[in-house]
Ligand binder design. Sequence first.
Ligand code: AKB
Length: 319
Amino acid sequence: MKRILVTGALGQIGSELVPDLRSRYGADRVVASDIRLPPGDPDAEGPFEVLDATNARQVSDLVRRYDVGTIYHLAALLSATSEEKPHVAWELNMGGLYKILETARQARAAVFFPSSIAAFGPSTPRRRTPQDTVQRPTTLYGVTKVAGELLADYYAARFGVDVRGLRFPGLISYTAPPGGGTTDYAVTIFYEALRHGRYACFLSADTRLDMMYMPDAIRATVGLMEADPARLVHRNAFNIAAVNFTPAELAAEIRRHLPDFRIDYEVDPVRQRIADSWPESLDDTAAREEWGWAPRYDLPTLVADMLEKLRERLRLPAR
Ligand code: AKB
């Protein structure tokens, strides 16, 4: 049976997607890969390979060696790091995707590509942003996401590659720490609340954005890849939405569990500018109608679960 390859497996999504795929399809069928080795035994839970996704030879050798039929291509820089290192971001986010799509075309493999709310810009309708609308992002990360969506659709239409994508909102997880995103505040706030009882937020109190708990993001990813292709009108990439809040609203919900928690605001102008260029909320009707998307976590259940799981992970005493 064909195997599954995950690039960027040690990142925020990969850290939870790989175990989920292994429990669904079998540990040996899922090859995790990243630019670096994980700590400990890399093959403890299943096969692991060091892979530079921008190296076409490495990608095609690996796909051939493991007889890969599906690639979840997660290796990318996030928005804030992409603004710091635009050239690296272009190389990895676009160069990597191109190499993956080319390999997929030759190997007749399917591809999952994560797009983002960052694929929209200030001229996009800000509230309940439609599935098909203006996409003129003003961040390099956003430019790579729109270009990626278009390239993925091109490979589907021109070469018949089964490539599908999601426009992820900010993702919240207790497994992997955040890394270089604008929505990272919504993860760091939980660590700081539990450890120190206070947090200095780099976005302003009223910055409203869509967010999603990682278990929903993983279900969406697998749900889309398992969807009947005959029902898909869209491919790259679907709006998906789950939870919508501002830093002040998230802090208020955390305070229901930790009444002494305090939030201050030390706004970072770069990340604030990025967040202000993104939609406040997305309309995910197409995903609901075409493949049955529906989130399970709302703000209260997300916060309660996140605090409980993170407390265990950080080995903090239960309250
Ligand atoms: C980021 O903040 O860069 C990401 C995203 C919204 O794509 N979490």
